[in-house]
Design a binder for this molecule. Structure first.
Ligand SMILES: NC(=O)c1ccc[n+]([C@@H]2O[C@H](COP(=O)([O-])OP(=O)(O)OC[C@H]3O[C@@H](n4cnc5c(N)ncnc54)[C@H](O)[C@@H]3O)[C@@H](O)[C@H]2O)c1
Ligand SMILES: CC(C)[C@H](C(=O)O)[C@@H](O)C(=O)O
Ligand SMILES: [Mg+2]
Length: 367
């Protein structure tokens, strides 16, 4: 029986539309080669939406995202919109979607493909075989805490304020996601905060410890300060299996983890909410990279993070494990063939652009 799924694609800005195009070819292939049928709707977000509608995220797009089975997102932002008001900047497109859809669990998977071991700036023996999952809380913390803003004090000094806020409910639900995921992985969670200087970090550690004792004592739990974690990720990343952390630390640590895999252009992500009454888990899939204004429009962006995000969608939203793995293996196969976009290029490899990389993945799937 054909299962019809509604997908909203929001390519966004910069390299977003370039890499999204390649992922959509893969989606077509999936439709032709599975019992899944997709109704794909495209819309605008970020700077592209500001240009067309004056705002980065319209109510209409929010409604479409809520009605979809999954959202496939590209990237937003760029120098063109640097001067728009802070509340209307392109990045509100992604932050707003996470909040509106209740997407609190951002899963960022860093896997080092064997053929890319030489592409990282870190020594091969340190990263070979790495398979790391960062579980980043994504609707709380300093991104959303109040008070926030910029004010001018009576003496004329300007003051910028953001506030880190986490409730025990927010901490417990993201910790639960990490423990559940770890059970399907190597059963190890490292919870990362700054409990030495931040009360929100102290509460984080307490809540995670309590939940672990009550419900997940079979999972190996450790705690680490975020600054140490950044250092340990470079020193010995394979000590980690699942890293559980807040919004800001997760953002930073995942860019760091991307470079262990060779490039920011290699890291996909899934951002999930709580299961709704109709059984659907709201979900958005996106590469962790941005709109890369420095290479946008040049046809040289790496499309693999976007294609791997699509593979995560097949796995987490549509429960299509086999076909998801097929897409991942196709990405790995083109790397094994020696094809490289400039971000992962090394001696003796064949340099290709975004489109040729996408075509090679497709050709691999068709074999
Ligand atoms: N989810 C998102 O939409 C998202 C994520 C991060 C940054 N941004 C936005 O993107 C804009 C640019 O930010 P930035 O430059 O700090 O980060 P960025 O991720 O866009 O780029 C950082 C560096 O990585 C390279 N890079 C990124 N993706 C690549 C890919 N697929 N292939 C090859 N190289 C790639 C870029 O060329 C650049 O040198 C900003 O407006 C930022 O807010 C958006
Ligand atoms: C664009 C920005 C708001 C976003 C974030 O900080 O969450 C990005 O850096 C990410 O990693 O998805
Ligand atoms: Mg980021």
């Amino acid at each position: 029986m054909t299962k019809e799924k509604k997908i909203l694609t929001l390519a966004g800005d910069g390299i977003g539309p370039e890499v999204m195009e390649q992922a959509l070819h893969v989606l077509d292939w999936v439709q032709e080669n599975s019992n899944l049928s997709f109704v794909v709707e495209k819309d605008l977000v970020g700077g592209a939406a500001i240009d067309a509608n004056g705002v980065p995220l319209t109510e209409e797009v929010i409604a479409k995202a809520k009605a979809a089975d999954a959202v496939l997102f590209g990237s937003v932002g760029g120098p063109k919109w640097e001067k728009v008001g802070f509340d209307k900047r392109p990045e509100v497109g992604i932050i707003g979607l996470r909040k509106e859809l209740g997407l609190f669990a951002n899963l960022r998977s860093a896997i080092v493909f064997d053929s890319l071991v030489g592409a990282s700036t870190v020594k091969p023996e340190i990263i070979q075989g790495l398979d790391l999952m960062i579980v980043r809380e994504s609707t709380g913390g300093v991104y959303f805490g109040e008070p926030r803003g910029i004010e001018t004090l009576p003496d004329g000094t300007r003051k910028g304020v953001n506030t880190e806020v986490y409730t025990s409910v927010e901490i417990e639900r993201i910790a639960r996601v990490a423990f559940e995921l770890a059970r399907q992985r190597q059963n190890r969670v490292c919870s990362v905060e700054k409990c030495n200087v931040m009360e929100s970090g102290l509460l984080w550690k307490e809540v995670v410890t309590e939940l672990h004792q009550k419900e997940y004592s079979d999972v190996q739990l450790s705690h680490m300060l975020a600054d140490n974690c950044a250092m340990q990720l470079v020193r010995n990343p394979k000590q980690f299996d699942t890293i559980l952390t807040g919004n800001l630390f997760g953002d930073i640590l995942s860019d760091l983890a991307a470079m262990l895999t060779g490039s920011l252009g290699m890291l996909p992500s899934a951002t999930l909410g709580a299961r709704q009454e109709n059984g659907v888990i709201p979900a958005l899939y996106e590469p962790i990279h941005g709109s890369a204004p420095d290479i946008a429009g040049q046809g040289k962006a790496n499309p693999l993070a976007q294609i791997l995000s699509l593979a995560m969608m097949l796995r987490y939203s549509f429960d299509e494990q086999a076909i998801s793995e097929k897409v991942v293996h196709a990405c790995e196969a083109v790397l094994n063939q020696g094809l490289r976009t400039p971000d992962i290029m090394s001696d003796g490899m064949k340099l290709v652009g975004t489109e040729d990389m996408g075509k090679a993945v497709l050709a691999e799937l068709k074999k």
